[in-house]
Design a protein around this ligand. Structure first.
Ligand SMILES: O=c1ccn([C@@H]2O[C@H](COP(=O)(O)O)[C@@H](O)[C@H]2O)c(=O)[nH]1
Length: 235
């Protein structure tokens, strides 16, 4: 079975959106990620529209609020036809539990409940930022593992982390949990806002369940070839 290469549709207009979608596989074979940029530009209707076209949707709004607010928000999101959504693990176990309950409450009878993914430490956070700005006393690996364990016990279906942490996480938390990894850079020399990166091949070797790829596809001179090459490397 091929593992998903999830393309992050981080665009603010329909023209660019259509161009990228045209480079990807047919909707039923494709998971696309809608993040804050497209959602705040086009609203919930774009989510419903793309879901109706048959795409599997990863709605990445990274909710982080009090449990009651998150419950009511995920209850709404569950009605959009999405497959995955995200909260920040740092919101705590009560918030994660509420997010899951909201998804269950908002899902129509005989539809699948969207999978809940907890974002551990963003892939843009370096070791330096973790210790000097977040004042975390643990190593990155220990911190991500601790958040992932808590998220799993609170009911999340998986986590978002860097590919660099997946091997140890999978050993500790098992295979009945999703390890979704952004921070994918086919060319390791690229320098941008991502701090904890790996190539698609490394993500595969470390055991990622799915990878999330944005700019390496959307900014490529030939997005279709870039997407196909990443899929081949990851599978
Ligand atoms: O820890 C995280 C969580 C989410 N993301 C999202 O993934 C994509 C990555 O895009 P690139 O252009 O490939 O960097 C983007 O939508 C982020 O919001 C993440 O990067 N790290």
């Amino acid at each position: 079975m091929t593992k998903p290469v999830i393309v992050a549709l981080d665009v603010d207009n329909q023209t660019q959106l259509k161009e990228i979608l045209a480079s990807l596989a047919e909707p039923s074979q494709t998971t696309i990620k809608i993040g804050m940029e497209l959602f705040f530009n086009s609203g919930a209707n774009i989510v419903k529209e793309l879901a109706n076209q048959g795409y599997h949707i990863f709605l990445d709004l990274k909710l982080h609020d009090i449990p009651n607010t998150v419950y009511n928000a995920t209850k709404q999101l569950a009605q959009l036809g999405i497959s995955y959504t995200t909260v920040h693990a740092l919101g705590g176990s009560k918030m994660i539990k509420a997010a899951k309950e909201g998804l269950i409450a908002g899902t129509a009878f005989n539809k699948n409940v969207p999978k809940l993914l907890a974002v551990t430490e963003l892939t843009s956070i370096s070791d330096d930022v973790l210790s000097n700005e977040q004042n975390c006393k643990f190593s990155m690996q220990k911190q991500v593992l601790s958040l992932a364990k808590m998220a799993k016990s609170a009911g999340s279906d998986g986590i978002v982390c860097s590919p660099l942490e997946v091997k140890i996480l999978r050993q500790q938390l098992g295979d009945d949990f999703l390890y979704v990894t952004p921070g994918i850079r086919p060319n390791h020399s690229t320098s941008d806002d991502q701090a904890r990166t790996a190539t698609p091949r490394q993500a595969k070797e470390f055991g990622a369940s799915a990878i999330v790829v944005g700019r390496p596809v959307t900014l490529a001179s030939d997005p279709k070839s870039a997407y196909e090459a990443i899929k081949k490397e990851f599978n």
